[in-house]
Design a protein around this ligand. Structure first.
Ligand SMILES: *Cc1c(COP(=O)(O)O)cnc(C)c1O
Length: 488
């Protein structure tokens, strides 16, 4: 009998210690010098080839593995750690947040069940999230992988809470009326995905038209609910967005709240990006109705600058939350004492069973910075977006494409004499070159069919000067494109 004790632990602990130190050093150097480096660079073909290899079958020295990472992976990052990264809506992370993830991964608890400190850290972070969002202490919540998961978690609770029905048991097919969900035409695509997955069907989503500020029209919302009731449907939920992904628009949350109460509908807020704008005094009042929502989804990996991944769902009525998911199989019975004691298993509050210790990076970050620092950072991102808007307006040949809302600024170059198709070609080329030259990374969108550059700033490294650089480089590259391409 072979009694060799195999293990995956290091063959040489001291070598592993040194390698760990080197990783930390490399990260610190990377962050410290980040603004001097190009934001992005194309990946060479041989690098891509090195990432398309047969499965390794034998041991490789950890140092060599790391060297390969350093050569082929580390230099070709996405760029969202850089101060001029403004594409989509992507957070920067922080050094302590990163190291918290390292510690969380090293401790490696499965934060679902049991009497261990990570369970209490998770609870603590949920309490802080409730406090930040003005949810009552008796509300419940769960940390999930991100906004999409946070939204589907909340919508599942909404669906399972429909009065007089037991959808968990009977499913949807026996309902005599179709459930209808309301949102706006600007609502994030994850709401449609969620509605499809929880069995509503995309044809039972009513996308309400928006006004010139891209905000849901509550008059049309009410009309639609009325007509759905007349036609034998069963309205059940309205999703209001706090910070749309295109333009940072805020749906009329007070009005939606009023309408949801009047028709007895679940009021969910998708605040994946913009619920945290509540911490900026300029937005506090407009977002007050979040405190009255039945549920809220928001991301901590976007505007709370915590490394990927972590989002949060809050549910006003904790009993409904638990009733939507709780299950106790024989292998998950809780005890009053011992390792299987501890707080109510988190398995009762969401779909996922195994959960990592993502609470730690939020806990450490909040302790490190304090809430006041987040208020200051979020307000700064908003002021920077407004500053960019002013710069755009002050430049001949640039135009603002939507009112600046929260920290999103949409603009384009428009020399004034080009048809729409050429404006699209011009601005697309500006976008590609500004990224490829490693200067800055806006993204694009279509607003009323018009191609626009889109700058979303949830970046804790951005300085006001970066907005000046962005405008200056847009103009420089735009002029080059105009002379390079045939725009006659
Ligand atoms: C980003 C975003 C989502 C999706 O969140 P993920 O964390 O990417 O899953 C949903 N809604 C809005 C408004 C968003 O900005």
């Amino acid at each position: 009998m072979d009694k060799e004790n195999r293990t995956l632990d290091p063959r040489d602990w001291e070598k592993m210690r040194n390698l760990g130190h080197q990783m930390v050093d490399d990260l610190i150097d990377y962050w410290k010098g980040i603004q001097e480096k190009p934001i992005w660079k194309p990946i060479p073909e041989e690098v891509k080839k090195s990432l398309d290899e047969p499965i390794p079958s034998h041991h490789m020295d950890p140092q060599e593995v790391y060297n390969e990472f350093k050569e082929n992976i580390f230099p070709y990052n996405k760029g969202n750690v850089h101060p001029r990264f403004f594409a989509w809506i992507q957070g920067t992370g922080t050094p302590l947040g990163t190291f918290a993830d390292l510690m969380a991964s090293g401790m490696n608890p499965n934060v679902t069940i049991g009497e261990h400190a990570p369970m209490y850290v998770d609870k603590q972070v949920i309490s802080w999230c409730k406090e930040m969002m003005g949810f009552p202490p008796e509300a419940s919540g769960i940390l999930v992988s991100g906004g999409s998961m946070a939204n589907i978690t909340a919508l599942t609770v909404a669906r399972n809470s429909i009065k007089g029905e037991n959808i968990r048991k009977s499913g949807m097919s026996h309902l005599d009326k179709k459930l209808i969900l309301y949102c706006s035409t600007e609502t994030h695509s994850c709401i449609q995905k969620a509605a499809e997955i929880i069995g509503l069907g995309s044809e039972n989503i009513r996308e309400i038209e928006v006004n010139e500020f891209y905000e849901m029209r509550s008059d049309l919302l009410e009309k639609q609910i009325f007509s759905d009731l007349e036609n034998g449907f069963r309205p059940f939920c309205i999703v209001g967005t706090s910070g749309t992904v295109n333009t940072g628009a805020i749906d009329p949350l007070d009005e939606i709240l009023r309408i949801s109460r009047m028709y007895d509908l679940w009021f969910h807020v998708d605040g994946a990006y913009g619920a945290l704008a509540k911490l900026d005094p300029i937005y506090e009042n407009r977002l007050k109705a979040i405190e009255k929502a039945d549920s809220l989804a928001f991301d901590l990996h976007k505007w709370f600058y915590v490394p990927y991944e972590v989002g949060c769902t809050l549910i006003r009525d904790s009993e409904k939350h638990r009733a939507a998911f709780s299950q106790t199989p024989n292998y998950l019975i809780q005890e009053k004492r011992g390792l299987a004691g501890g707080p109510d298993s988190l398995n009762h509050y969401g779909f996922e069973l195994s959960r990592g210790f993502k609470a730690l990076k939020v806990w450490m970050s909040l302790k490190e910075n304090g809430l006041e620092a987040y208020k200051g950072m979020i307000a700064q991102n908003n002021r920077q977006a407004e500053y960019l808007g002013k710069l755009v307006e002050s430049q001949e040949g640039l135009e603002l494409m939507a009112p600046v809302s929260m920290s999103i600024t949409c603009y384009r170059m428009n020399p004034g004499n080009l048809p729409e198709q050429k404006l699209k070609d011009l601005n697309r080329e500006i976008l590609l070159r500004i990224q490829e030259e490693g200067i800055a990374a806006p993204s694009s969108t279509l607003l009323k069919g018009k191609f626009t550059l889109r700058v979303a700033n949830v970046n804790q490294r951005t300085r006001f000067e970066d907005m000046e650089i962005l405008v200056r480089e847009t103009i420089r590259i735009g002029k080059e494109v105009l002379s390079d391409l045939d725009f006659s």
